[in-house]
Design a protein around this ligand. Sequence first.
Ligand SMILES: [Zn+2]
Length: 209
Amino acid sequence: MSVLPQSVEKVINEFSKLPGVGPKTAARMAYHYIRSPNHDAKKLSEALSHMDENVVFCKKCFNISEEEICDICSSPLRKKSKLCVVEEPLDVIAFENSAVYDGLYFVLGGVISPAEGISAEDLRFKDLKKRVNEILGEIEKERLEIIVATNPSLEGEASASYISDMFKKEVKEGTIEITRLAMGLPTGADLEYADRLTLKRALEGRKSI
Ligand SMILES: [Zn+2]
């Protein structure tokens, strides 16, 4: 028989599924909500259900959004001739918070990682191709710059090479230029945690690949 009431155990079990949270932290989090006098548990559960019901992936860039097309993709102020390819929605937030980028994004949904069994088919490369063709149609004679902003890890580099192979023909024809963020970012760093200045330098120093 467990010492914990089943309802508490259930919550601990759910918290343990969170990234970076072990059973001990999960238990501490559960106790926090038990002790909380402000109906915080109710507020948390309502916020989570609201998010679950309302958040979707933008149909163009696959960033998280409450609309079919996100605010960035639908903004007339964003430059369509720049497409920044990132791993996760959190990377978009890092760029947006740093306010150093005025183009569009595309969220791959991860990186190629044979060690974790993630191949190109598991990521949104086909959608990327589709989106790039769509943009090329919209910008007509302007050249599209694809800025590959995957993390500076082995997997991030492999994904960058994959993208550059995907658009070899277009690069040759001069309709697309592919650039990679400058390595002001230390190898193995996570874009999501980069500060504004580091991101700005990485973006300004980007080079063709
Ligand atoms: Zn979007």
